[in-house]
Ligand binder design. Sequence first.
Ligand SMILES: NC(=O)c1ccc[n+]([C@@H]2O[C@H](COP(=O)([O-])OP(=O)(O)OC[C@H]3O[C@@H](n4cnc5c(N)ncnc54)[C@H](O)[C@@H]3O)[C@@H](O)[C@H]2O)c1
Length: 596
Amino acid sequence: MAREFSTVGVVGLGTMGAGIVEVFARNGIDVVAVEISAPALERGRATLKGSTDRAVAKGKLAEADRDALHERVHFAVGLDALHSVDLVIEAVPEHLDLKQRIFAELDRVCRPETILATNTSSLSVTEISVATSRPNQVIGIHFFNPAPVMKLVEVVRTVVTAPEVVADVEALCARLGKVDVTINDRAGFIANALLFGYLNHAVSMFESHYATREDIDAAMKLGCGLPMGPLALMDLIGLDTAYEILDTMYRRGGRDRRHAPVPLLKQMVTAGLLGRKSGRGFYTYERPGSPVVVPDGATPQATDVALADGARAIAKVGVVGSGTMATGIIEVFAKAGYEVVSVTRGMEKSAKVCEAVKTSLNKGVVRGKLTEADRDAALGRISWSATLDHLADVDLVVEAVVEELSVKKALFASLDEICKPGVVLATTTSSLPVIDVAMATQRPADVVGLHFFNPAPVMPLVEVVRTIRTSPEATATARAVCAALGKTGVVCGDRSGFIVNALLFPYLNDAVKMLEASYSTADDIDHAMKLGCGYPMGPFELLDVVGLDVSLAIQRELYLELREPGFAPAPLLEHLVTAGYLGRKTRRGFRDHSHR
Ligand SMILES: NC(=O)c1ccc[n+]([C@@H]2O[C@H](COP(=O)([O-])OP(=O)(O)OC[C@H]3O[C@@H](n4cnc5c(N)ncnc54)[C@H](O)[C@@H]3O)[C@@H](O)[C@H]2O)c1
């Protein structure tokens, strides 16, 4: 029979501990909540109060339930208060020696049958367990931040954890309404092993001024549908905690340079910029502990910065190409009121593109998103041509032809001869260096990347890529155009993968490597990222949608350009592509889609 947990102890009431107390108390379990000092205890109590008050204000918790919840929590300073609990969860800072000391003490204080659990994110549960005389009763119970919200719990068993202890903890997770994945003791478990390389990479982008904090975060939210951007997430996790997790993962996880904490992190921690908990991290918050971001010196001005930076007026836009991206981009510009000249390689292709644009606009009408008059007006703004000469008087050209450098270079050389001076020339390339395309013209200062996402009419993000030759006016123009299209333009440097792909694909590749190493299953990994981090799709779901061949090609580009050993494509990914398992489009990728 499963063990009854009527009282649990929580040690450390910081970012995680206070949330864990709430989870237990909400589910009718008595909690002894322990801190190191009276002031820390008060902070923990205030965090719990703030969180439950917010839940009441949002209508997610009845007032009476909140009061009952608080009555279940007994606060105390020092571990002695834990003498008769059934389970203890430790959530003190991420230092092995501190955790070992606490476990040795818990071993002394707690009853012999009490289960001792750690919420560590990256330390070895095994090493923590050997500080006690009962390593078979020590386990990892890794909650996600914020604990009351995130559904996932990683249950970490060591080689000596008793199977019944694992089963009891799994049953407890179910009682708490959580979904658990049970795994072995490896640095970062599932979610953090996939998350922290990405977070550290985002910090390095920020540190090197590759893009602003707002743009990095907007790119990942709007480009991948993530609930928050990586820098905002670092602030939520706590920069001190994140630093320790990275440092441990670097040392335990094979010294992967991607886990070596970016120097800026250490500086911020030393300077007391710990994120939300200290009121300032990458962003500035209303007060310590508040989730509300307030403007600071780095906040971009909402007003017409673009115009101030010398953005040029754009009325007429040329779009070159006849594929999916070109078709979507023509529609986007026409709907936003621009006059559009579509240029393809022949009138037959133009007719096809025209049909595709009409079909898409008609769908908008059927769905009630567009009136018939708007549709007709949009179509009326587009002219169809099979010769580049018709681009002589446009103000902006967006090139969306095949992803081959020689083709793009030849096209830009022609545009250079045909277009009037001052025109902004944009390429939608997702993998080629924009500077190569720019140097095919005599006016590299006017060339930018405008990386739309597929489907262009739907996706709210555009990456505006400036090369080392792009003028501030051309960048400002591109950004202003994105705003006029109702999209968010994020500005970044001209490096492989820009922001989104550079941060996304190594994570997907790491998930493949984790599967390949048999650490976990595709289902559990997908679960972990969706329920632990709020991702809209798990990595294997996403790989099957994007296409394994496309993903492999992008990962190869990143590896070739950045020479980062950790970016080497996973052999399993290569093999699946060789075998023709490319994802949904071939009905088989990581999963079999033949019956769906
Ligand atoms: N922050 C996250 O997003 C996150 C997510 C999952 C797991 N974790 C893990 O949870 C653990 C706690 O991290 P955190 O971010 O909540 O840290 P934190 O710094 O916010 O809180 C730690 C708390 O422990 C208290 N403490 C320190 N020494 C103590 C002692 N001897 N006895 C009792 N209390 C003591 C501190 O006063 C502080 O309130 C770490 O192992 C971390 O890796 C963190």
